[in-house]
Design a protein around this ligand. Structure first.
Ligand SMILES: Nc1ncnc2c1ncn2[C@@H]1O[C@H](COP(=O)(O)OP(=O)(O)OP(=O)(O)O)[C@@H](O)[C@H]1O
Length: 207
């Protein structure tokens, strides 16, 4: 059974304690919605969870091992979608995803065009991503969830810029992921419409 554990986590930015003594565990088929006002520290928390930033104290464990000591195993089980689109504007959607698949050691993924089709980007696969709309660029970023079989999804504001049909598509994909023993940590200022129980972690804005 896969497990992400957060023990006594503390994060300080510019002398402001964003959170401290933060503890939680996440297991298969569980989703955690990190909530709170602008500047509360949601993105900071997610970046610590995926190993992109260091906590001021405390630890994040994957399968009972510190993520800094199990980098390879942890990364192979993780898809992180940050709040920025993380697409190269000069490359096309297909090139962006093909590059990402290679970086993730997934090889040249034969399903890229099928996934872009499912995400409503048919006919746009070869345009430079910089010429696409915000929602279309977000869809390219989210295509990673379709391309990599990973246990843990960490998603920072994944619904931003998406239209109703894309929100619906992503919500169903999340439900499917949870049903197949996946785990999700996400932030969203929107309420979630998932047919699956979602735990909530509320961060306050601390002065
Ligand atoms: N690299 C950094 N250096 C200094 N301060 C930072 C850094 N990153 C974030 N902060 C500060 O930490 C606080 C929390 O930022 P964070 O992005 O985690 O908030 P958030 O809860 O995700 O907000 P939002 O809802 O607006 O996305 C903010 O006050 C921000 O200015």
């Amino acid at each position: 059974m896969s497990c992400l554990s957060v023990n006594n986590l503390c994060c300080i930015k510019r002398d402001r304690v964003l959170f401290e003594r933060l503890n939680f565990r996440l297991q298969e088929q569980q989703a955690l919605h990190v909530q709170g006002p602008n500047g509360a520290g949601k993105t900071s928390l997610l970046r610590i969870l995926v190993g992109l930033a260091q906590a001021d104290s405390g630890e994040v464990l994957w399968q009972q091992q510190k993520i800094s000591e199990s980098t390879r195993d942890f990364s192979s089980q993780l898809v992180y979608c940050g709040h920025k689109y993380a697409v190269n504007h000069s490359l096309s959607a297909a090139e962006n995803l093909s590059f990402w698949c290679r970086m993730q050691n997934l090889g040249t993924h034969k399903d890229i065009f099928a996934v872009l089709d499912e995400l409503g980007l048919v006919g746009l696969e070869h345009l430079p991503a910089g010429q696409l709309s915000a929602g279309q660029q977000r869809r390219i970023g989210l295509a990673r969830l379709w391309l990599k079989p990973a246990k843990l999804w960490v998603l920072d504001e994944p619904f931003t810029a998406l239209d109703t049909s894309a929100i619906e598509l992503l919500s169903r994909k999340m439900e499917q992921h949870l049903a197949y023993h996946g785990m999700i940590v996400l932030t969203s200022h929107q309420s979630l419409e998932l047919n699956h129980p979602v735990r909530s972690l509320q961060l306050e804005y601390r002065l």
